[in-house]
Design a protein around this ligand. Sequence first.
Ligand code: TXA
Ligand code: MG
Length: 342
Amino acid sequence: MQTRIIRTIDEQALRDAGQIIRNGGLVAFPTETVYGLGGNALLPDAASEIYAAKGRPSDNPLIIHLANAADAEGYCVTSPLFYRLAEAFSPGPITMILPKKDCIPSTVTGGLSTVAVRIPQNPIARALIAAAGVPIAAPSANTSGRPSPTTADDVLEDMNGKIDMILDGGPCDIGVESTIVSLRDDQIVLLRPGAVTPDMLRSVCPELLFDDLSMRKLADGEKPMAPGMKYRHYAPNAAVILLNGDREKIVAFLRGTAQDRSVGILADGADLMGIVSKENEIVMGDGQNAGQIAANLFAALREIDRRPQIRTVYAALPKKDGIGLAVYNRLMKASGFTVIDL
Ligand code: TXA
Ligand code: MG
């Protein structure tokens, strides 16, 4: 299959893309978080095509993307809590899990009786949903296990020849995937941290719970509430090791390894820059700013694989405040939960 990449998105391109999705094809598109790999959420086969293109296990459910919170009524059983959260945070980087209605095929939900719903803010994503005229099922548009794509070229790297079209909307603003909450029995449980932070969620629902299985290494047989959180994710070929301790100790540790040509640094601040050679240094941010690091994180993880001399890459363990919790979660997974306490 020839994958068309559309760099200038006009009305015609959106009409074509919408038609491809409606008719069962696949279109990758930008959202404010990461690029999604979209298919018609009402067609059982479209979900199978998405799983095939990603090489993703089909028990890992997809998020359906809608233009408006009011549209959710047609596809899932909503609740006052859903509308409270939607009012506060959507359109935006939050996904809510609710009981599904019959029109959503079980291929989309990996056999679950619930469905994940998100109302994205990115204008191209919104225009595409409108043009398709159907809810769009979309996981992140990466090959399963790789970092999520934050540019159209990242998508092309993984999906060339496997999907019909890629809409290039430039780099994604946020850079890490949406916050996921489960709303079962009117309880709110955080399944995946993102740009809608725990404090923001608590401002609407003080009784926020955490699925801690999504945040730590799983023992045999343990299952997080979001099936996708059990898979090894984001891992480059090099070993990722996180350093926990004062910045001075981290700098001293890294200086001690600097002579080793196989060591790379994922720098989150100016103090970690200039320790190894430029070829072995990948900069995520210069001021320990969690928002900036989130925006650059996945590109940095992809970059490691373009520097094959790097066999071990170190990063400072992120602070868990605000969107830092999302960065912490993604880096923990990329490292296979490997942390050195200094
Ligand atoms: O920001 C995002 O959420 C991006 C953009 C494209 O919208 N999408 C995304 O999708 O990250 P994906 O498929 O890579 O991650 C979806 C996560 C998976 O961990 C999946 O297991 C979980 O959501 N999930 C989906 N439906 C679920 C359900 N019914 N119950 C529990 N977890 C669910
Ligand atoms: Mg994903």
